[in-house]
Design a protein around this ligand. Structure first.
Ligand SMILES: CNc1nc2cc3c(=O)[nH]c(N)nc3c(CC[C@H]3O[C@@H](OC)[C@H](OC)[C@@H]3OC)c2[nH]1
Ligand SMILES: [Zn+2]
Length: 373
């Protein structure tokens, strides 16, 4: 075990990299997919089930937890790890993104943002300082800077002024975070789809110095082509020896494309959220289990998958429990999706270490082109 936060690169294959992030609460194998546990739970999963899928780290969120049950209450109960019974690493987002996407009546100034809770309408305030305080109260191992993530499309002036604000807030986040051995603070690159603004943002963050760097401001409606266009240069603008975290991504082919371009960490609600709606991701493509064509199908979702849903249940059963709106439906499909996403990550880690990422990627795409699933 270690009392420090560190990142070791083990292998590269093209721009793809594999390695390990060491924290006092455990190691994170990279490239890593991080399940989203917004309100102190990965929905429909027990923590031990999340660990069983292969996840080394999960996510919590400042915005949701400050509203309910409040960061002070979680701190009084021993912190987020004890509260949610997860003793491995936790990364928390800083809250700015959710304020802009969920809260009402927002007022944004240089100092920070005031807003009304989407839960009960109460008034709240977030700033770099308050976000650092909340994330310290939660006790998260990896803390995200308080930033502003502009919605796309946006004109260049808006992107520039927003990025400049986020860089001033990054400095304030760094100052407020202080010196907390074993805890990491990640900066978040902004700049929209503008290469020069992203370069400016990367240089500003590098001058402040962070333990890791996120590529922010993406997966906000720009589409895969535009996102990959940014990822063709943005990771290389960031320090090579620190983890690179692409926020909010994504579908399986987004994830593979991001790792291919040098990303080490990703998060997305897709596997859990779509699992609850009956959408299963498999190596042959997506299966919408509520579709009537599955009602007599004795096969598992994915013959090659070793998760509890695929080992113990038929498509016919999964179809039935979704149609009957039974609670086990969301549990089984969420578990399968998270397990499959971790399978993809494990496959890429092994391929990068073996220098066979290109072959692995070709097989990944060939399997998905098989049509009827
Ligand atoms: C979906 N596309 C997407 N693009 C994003 C871009 C940014 C960004 O530039 N800055 C910040 N601070 N957050 C972002 C986020 C939110 C991720 C969080 O959102 C929550 O998932 C819904 C989860 O919270 C547990 C996660 O925690 C890191 C993004 N999400
Ligand atoms: Zn499965």
């Amino acid at each position: 075990m270690t009392d420090r936060f560190s990142f070791d690169l083990h292998a590269t294959d093209g721009k793809a990299r594999s390695g390990v992030i060491r924290t006092p609460r455990g190691e994170i194998r990279t490239p890593a997919f991080m399940p989203v546990g917004t309100a102190a739970t990965v929905k429909a999963m027990l923590p031990e089930s999340v660990a069983a899928t292969g996840a080394d780290i999960l996510l919590g969120n400042t915005y949701h937890l400050m509203l309910r049950p409040t960061a002070e209450r979680i701190a009084a109960l021993g912190g987020l790890h004890a509260f949610m019974n997860w003793d491995k690493p936790i990364l928390t987002d800083s809250g700015g993104f959710q304020v802009m996407s969920l809260a009402g009546l927002r007022k944004l100034t240089e100092e920070g943002v005031t807003f009304k809770s989407h839960i009960d309408g109460s008034r709240h305030h977030l700033s770099p300082e308050r976000s650092m305080e909340i994330q310290a109260l939660l006790g998260s191992d990896i803390v995200m800077c308080f930033d502003e993530c502009p919605a796309l499309p946006a004109d260049r002036d808006r992107i520039k002024s927003s990025m400049d604000l986020s860089m001033r807030w990054a400095q304030r986040s760094r100052d407020a975070f202080g010196d907390r051995p074993g805890h990491a603070l990640f900066g978040i690159q902004q700049g929209g789809l503008e290469q020069d603004l992203r370069e400016e943002s990367a240089n500003a963050l590098r001058a402040i110095e962070f333990d890791g760097y996120a590529v922010g401001g993406l997966a906000v409606g720009e589409g895969q082509e535009a996102m990959f266009g940014v990822l063709d240069y943005a990771p290389d603008q960031l320090p090579v020896d620190k983890p690179r975290y692409l926020m909010g991504v994504g579908k399986p082919d987004d994830i593979v494309g991001a790792v291919k371009r040098g990303i080490d960490m990703m998060d997305c609600v897709l596997p859990s959220r779509s699992g609850r709606t009956g959408q299963a991701f498999t190596r042959h493509g997506v299966v919408n289990i509520k579709n009537a064509r599955h009602q007599d199908d004795p096969r598992p979702l994915d013959e090659a998958c070793t998760c509890p849903a695929c080992r113990g249940y038929s498509r016919a059963y999964l179809h039935h429990v979704f149609r009957a709106n039974e609670m086990i439906s969301g549990m089984l499909l969420t578990w399968h999706n998270l397990h499959y996403f971790q399978d993809i990550m494990a496959g890429m880690r092994a391929a990068i270490s073996a220098g066979s990422f290109a072959a692995w990627e070709a097989e990944f795409h060939r399997q998905r082109a098989q049509g009827d699933i």
